[in-house]
Design a protein around this ligand. Sequence first.
Ligand SMILES: Cc1ncc(COP(=O)(O)O)c(C=O)c1O
Length: 482
Amino acid sequence: MATTSSSIASKPTTSLAFTDHYQKFHSDSQSFRSLSFSSQLPNFSIRISNAGRELDSNRLNAVVRAEKGAESMEVDISLCPRVNSVKPSKTVAITDQATALVQAGVPVIRLAAGEPDFDTPSVIAEAGINAIREGYTRYTPNAGLLELRSAICHKLKEENGLSYTPDQILVSNGAKQSILQAVLAVCSPGDEVLIPAPFWVSYPEMARLADATPVILPTRISENFLLDPKLLESKLTDKSRLLILCSPSNPTGSVYPRNLLEEIAEIVARHPRLLVLSDEIYEHIIYSPATHTSFASLPGMWARTLTVNGFSKAFAMTGWRLGYLAGPKHFVSACNKIQSQFTSGASSISQKAAVAALGLGYAGGEAVSIMVKAFGERRDFLVKSFGELDGVKISEPQGAFYLFLDFSSYYGVNADGFGAIDGSESLCRYLLDKAQVALVPGDAFGDDSCIRISYAASLSTLQAAVERIKKALVSLRPPVPV
Ligand SMILES: Cc1ncc(COP(=O)(O)O)c(C=O)c1O
C-alpha cells in the first residue's frame, strides 16, 4: 500500500480535488473503515480506506482510481503530528458560519470578527493605488522597503521611546507571520512558552507549531484579566523560553499599566533564558486615561524583547496584510532567514501604503483618532448595557475593540427547543440560533466562562444586538446573581 505522494503529484488537479474532499472527510475519519467519493474530475473517484488495518487518523491511505481505464494510484495521506496537534481557529470558523447564514438570508448580526468595520483611510488607500501606477509592483527586499523600515524606526522612537536601526526591523505579511516566525526562531522542541489566559487564539497553536509547550497562566476577571507576577514567577522553569504579552489585549481589552509591566520585567530579568514577545498591535486603540507602554522600553528589557506591531487594526488595513517585528539584530536576522525561505518580502503595494499610514502623524493622526473615538463610544454603550444585565460579570476594557464578558451564570440550563447550555460554545450556538447574533466562545481564548463580543460594528447595530441578546437570555431563565 505504499505508493508515494509523487504518484498523485503527477496529476495536480486530481490531488487538489482530493485535498478538498479530504478536509471534509478528515473530521469523521475515526468512524469509517473506508469511504469513496467522486473527485471534481469526471474520470476519477477517490476511495479512502484503512486497508484492513486498525484505522488511525494519522495513517489513512487513499486510493485514487480512474473511473474509466485501468489507472489506479494509492497515496499515503498521513499528516505530521505537529499539524495534527494544532487546532483550527474558532474565530474564523464562527465568522464563516455566520457569513453562510447571512448568505442564506438569515439576518445575523456578526460580532465575531476581529477587524475594524471602517474602510482604510483614503490617504493610505491612494498611496497603494499610486504605488501600482508608479510601478512599485516588484519584489521588495526580504526585510521590507528601507523607506518603510526607516519610517517604522522613526515611529518606534517617537511614540514608544525605542531605538532601532532598519536592520533590526522585519516587515512581514501581517503581524501573525511576525509572531509565528519569532516563535519558530527562538523556541526549541520542549521549550515552554508562557501565555497569560485569556489569550489570542493563535499563541498556543504557534507554540505547538514550533514543537514547544504552551504553559497557560490563568488570570481573573476581577483583576481585569491582568497577569499576577507571582503566578508568572511560580511557573518559570529551566525550559521557559518565551513569555507572550498582549496589551491592549485581544480578547479582553485589558491594558497593562506601566507599574505592572515593571514588576514583570524584574522577574524576567532574573531568568537569562527568558525572552518576551510583546504584541502591541492594538497600541493605538486605547481609551483615556489608559496609556500604552512598550515592554522593550523598560530597564534591561530591550535586549530580550521582540516587539510586534502592524497596520491591520489601528489603520483598518486587515486585507493589506502588513505587520512587523522589531528586536535585537541577532533575533530579527533569524526571523528574516525564515521569511526568506517562506514567503519573501511583503506586498510592495501594501508597504508603500504603510509608509503613508505612518506619515499620518503621531499615533495615526486624525484619521485614526476618529476611529478610536467611535470605538470608545461603542465600548461605553456596551459596558453600560451589559453592566445592567443581571448575571453578567464585566471587566474594565481600556483598549482594542472587544468585551470579554462572563456569562457563566447562564450555564447549566436546558433551553426549550435547543438543549443543554453547558459552556461558552453552547451558549454562543444558542445566541446564534435564538438571537441571531454571532459571538465567539471564550473557550477559544482559554476561558470557558466568558464570551467575546467584537464591537467593530456601528452603534445602531450594537444596540440591536444587545436587545436581541437580552431577550434570548431572559427567555433562558431568571439568572442567579453573581
Ligand atoms: C492580538 C493579535 N495579534 C496579532 C494579530 C494579527 O494581525 P495581522 O496578521 O492582521 O497583522 C491579531 C489579529 O487578529 C491579533 O488580534
